[in-house]
Design a protein around this ligand. Structure first.
Ligand code: CS2
Length: 474
């Protein structure tokens, strides 16, 4: 292995089987601003945009990192190029993606970010900032003005650091520069994601720059989108593997699965790239797709992650390799999650179910349970509560919820969550299990009637787990 890095200069040295951008990158100009440049964006929207660039070259992406310089350091020396490995042990493809032109680091380059928001050539803003990035209150849609980050931004909106604050500041810049229309698309795992973004943003603007609101209503559209691809955080071992396949080092390399889906609500204020060329689908009613994805894939994913942490299994595939836990997940899907769903018209739900279980078992992904178990207070309310609200009596989903309560109340497993302080206080509290379960249900935003129905069952399941019976089949 040479010390060379992936860049336009080393593309010619890559092995023949590595796919390369099928367009002239020198002609590509910025059209999309993306906030939150994690692994997911690089394995998803950047790939759809790469396919669209074959048809029109004015849709390059400028990425904005909200905090750290890490992604800028990975991508900028490679002029935005990175490689994407998709592999499930049977189908493997290695491809260089060329759609990202540059990465800015918001706290260090605020003027450059402002300039992009003012530029009418930027017609689309996309976001993948995680569920917690929306700073939503317990009602799941309005801005949580009690969050310290939101309070700090509202005190000094010109120095905003949260994604909502940065976006509000960018919109203010755009209005001041003439107010060209804009399409803003959330790519995070939230039902009604872009509508929630608009709601939180409207709350924020009302408290910071209310004069922006009439323009926002008239000239900005927020199409919701459902995104689906499993993309684990990158590890040094995976980087080394990819470098071996490429023959050069790629600091921004991403590994994912072959499966990918992007459904976008048809509701635009501007032209958009030809993302359909990459397989995206535009639909009028996105709600059934969102519900299916969140309440099936993400709901079972969270259950797998919690079971895995409790049973000391590292990855999703490790959990699926255990017959008892796999059986629990299959039963959870078949008995609880699927019956509570209405499939999108013409959608092969049984086929999706089988494919999903195979995706979870993909041995190449090495998707850590601890990564999925992050931010549970945001995730579980989206993923589990709508199904729980439809159920009567006991269920496997309640056993999964009890497993989460058990993890918080009785283990020392580290927590990474926007409400970690509350969870740690519940963990440390000497109150009864019953009282602590109520506090946990409150933290998830469960309604009183649902809490009352679930409490005795959760207590019983938590007691079972304390006496050493984990949720497995049989
Ligand atoms: C996962 C998702 O980390 C998580 O919470 O459930 O990121 C999941 O991998 C994606 O939504 C798959 O599309």
């Amino acid at each position: 292995m040479t010390g060379q890095r992936l860049s336009p200069d080393t593309l010619a040295t890559l092995p023949d089987e590595v796919l390369q951008p099928a367009y002239d990158r020198r002609r590509v100009t910025p059209g999309i601003l993306h906030l939150g440049l994690g692994a997911f964006h690089r394995a998803h929207q950047a790939v759809y945009t790469d396919a669209a660039l074959v048809k029109a070259s004015n849709w390059g992406i400028i990425g904005v990192s909200l905090r750290s310089e890490r992604v800028a350091e990975q991508l900028n020396p490679q002029q935005g190029l990175f490689s994407l490995l998709s592999d499930d042990g049977t189908h493997r493809e290695l491809r260089v993606i060329g759609s990202i032109l540059q990465v800015l680091v918001a706290p260090q380059q605020p003027e450059s970010v402002d300039a992009l928001f003012r530029d009418p050539a930027i017609r689309v803003v996309t976001l993948s900032i995680t569920e917690a990035g929306y700073c939503l209150a317990a009602d799941g849609q309005s801005l949580d003005t009690k969050l310290p980050g939101v309070q700090a931004d509202l005190a000094q909106p010109d120095q905003a650091r949260t994604a909502i604050g940065l976006l509000a500041r960018g919109l203010k810049q755009r209005v001041d520069a003439g107010g060209a229309p804009l399409t803003v698309i959330s790519c995070d795992n939230l039902a009604n994601n872009s509508a929630k973004l608009k709601h939180a943003l409207t709350n924020y603007l009302a408290l910071s720059w209310p004069a922006v609101l009439p323009w926002l209503d008239e000239k900005v559209r927020f199409p919701c989108s459902m995104v689906d691809r499993i993309v684990p955080a990158q590890t040094e071992a995976a980087l080394a593997r990819q470098a071996h396949l490429l023959g050069v080092r790629d600091e921004a390399a991403i590994a994912t699965e072959p499966f990918s889906q992007w459904i976008i609500e048809r509701n635009f204020a501007t032209p958009i790239p030809d993302w359909e060329a990459g397989g995206a689908a535009l639909v009028d009613d996105i709600a059934p797709y969102e519900a299916m994805k969140l309440r099936l894939l993400n709901a079972s994913h969270s259950a797998i992650a919690i079971l895995g942490l409790l049973a000391d299994r590292k990855t999703v595939a490790d959990v699926m390799a255990d017959a008892g836990m796999r059986g629990f997940v299959e039963d959870l899907v078949d008995r609880d999650l699927l019956p509570a769903l209405t499939a999108p018209v013409g959608f092969d739900l049984p086929g999706y179910r089988d494919q999903l279980l195979a995706r979870f078992s993909n041995p190449c992904l090495q998707h850590r349970c601890a990564q999925i178990a992050m931010d549970c207070t945001e995730k579980l309310r989206q993923r589990w509560l709508p199904t729980l609200a439809k159920q009567q009596g006991d269920s496997l989903l309640l056993r999964a919820l009890a497993a989460w309560c058990h993890l918080i109340m009785t283990t020392e497993i580290p927590l990474s969550d926007p409400r970690a302080d509350t969870l740690l206080a519940i963990r440390a509290s000497t109150a009864s299990d019953s009282e602590r379960i109520v506090l946990l249900m409150d933290t998830l935003g469960m309604e009183t009637a649902l809490q009352q129905r679930c409490l005795p069952l959760l207590e019983a399941h938590c007691a079972d787990m304390k006496s050493g019976s984990p949720p497995t089949r049989g």
